[in-house]
Design a protein around this ligand. Sequence first.
Ligand SMILES: Nc1ncnc2c1ncn2[C@@H]1O[C@H](COP(=O)(O)OP(=O)(O)OP(=O)(O)O)[C@@H](O)[C@H]1O
Ligand SMILES: [Mg+2]
Length: 366
Amino acid sequence: MADVKLSELHKYYGNVHAVRGVDLTIADGEFAVLVGPSGCGKSTLLRTIAGLEDLDGGTITIGGAVVNDLRPRERNIAMVFQNYALYPYLTVNENIAFGLRARKTPEIEIRKRVSEAAEMLGIGNFLQRYPRQLSGGQRQRVAIGRAIVRKADLFLFDEPLSNLDAQLRDEMRTEIKRLHHEITTTMIYVTHDQVEAMTLADRIVLLRDGKIEQQGAPLELFEQPRTGFVAGFLGSPSINLIPATLKANGAGAAVVFQSGDALTLPKARAESLINADGQQVLVGIRPQHFSRAGGPLRDGVVPYSAVADLIQPTGTRTFTTIKIGGFDAVAELQAHDVSSHGERIDLAIDLNRVVLIDPASGLVIA
Ligand SMILES: Nc1ncnc2c1ncn2[C@@H]1O[C@H](COP(=O)(O)OP(=O)(O)OP(=O)(O)O)[C@@H](O)[C@H]1O
Ligand SMILES: [Mg+2]
């Protein structure tokens, strides 16, 4: 068990400044997920923690001890990669036990740990098989088994599920979450999949160009993004960002689109926006904040009449493309709320959680 502290970490590959001053504290037992677009430095950051990359600056502390000068095997870290190469000529049992044998662990202890891990991962019946006789998900579990028998202080995962099909990914994601509940070891998990990040994390660390853009609990990042980048990265379908001009006076506030349409913002927002009167903004409305209008509207919910363009049913919900202020926006409606292209639909938009972004700085202003 261990907490992890990163301070002022820097890593260069030649001219590429891959990690640019990362400060991060992960509590003992916490499940932290590093997420961000391809190339933002997630794997590099993880590999520096593991000791697989040398640092160009900064300090890594694990369990209170600075590990900068320790070699990977001295850091007591277990790592599961995307390409979890298993030894093809060893059985599942021998694959899981491999690291323990290499460390000269007594046989009786090896047997105990392997059977515990296999039990926890539901692969007890496959111990005598070879990797080629397993499905992708079963192989993935063997790779995780190999890591957990080590009783490491810290688990690092780098996109361990990206080779699996969608259904298996969902299953394994649940298993990894359950595993963390059972063994409560600190975990740092890298993914570029925002759904994986949201569902697994105690804390999401969203990276962008080698820096932390924002970190916090999943719903905190989702509901209170500090930048347009965070708002746009989390959520599927993505948040709609529509250019508009803000009008605000003491009596109220509204966003006016280039088409001339306007939406009145909730009263609670008006006061803080007086100074931003006349400012250009991107109006961020999540697809989930649309619904079919019906009955009286709550405070902060406004009516909007639109024409359904593309209709994408998912079974549970139907994603419908409409125009707002002349721009395409996606509304997530109930499965049967809309039936045909070109249909006029009366919508309600909940603006209580609208985010307004300054397009110049990318910062959320309200
Ligand atoms: N060995 C290397 N030599 C040179 N540049 C590298 C090396 N490894 C990574 N980089 C660069 O460092 C940056 C960060 O790479 P990294 O692999 O950490 O990204 P990532 O966030 O893990 O991306 P992905 O989601 O695609 O795996 C990228 O610009 C990448 O091209
Ligand atoms: Mg990577």
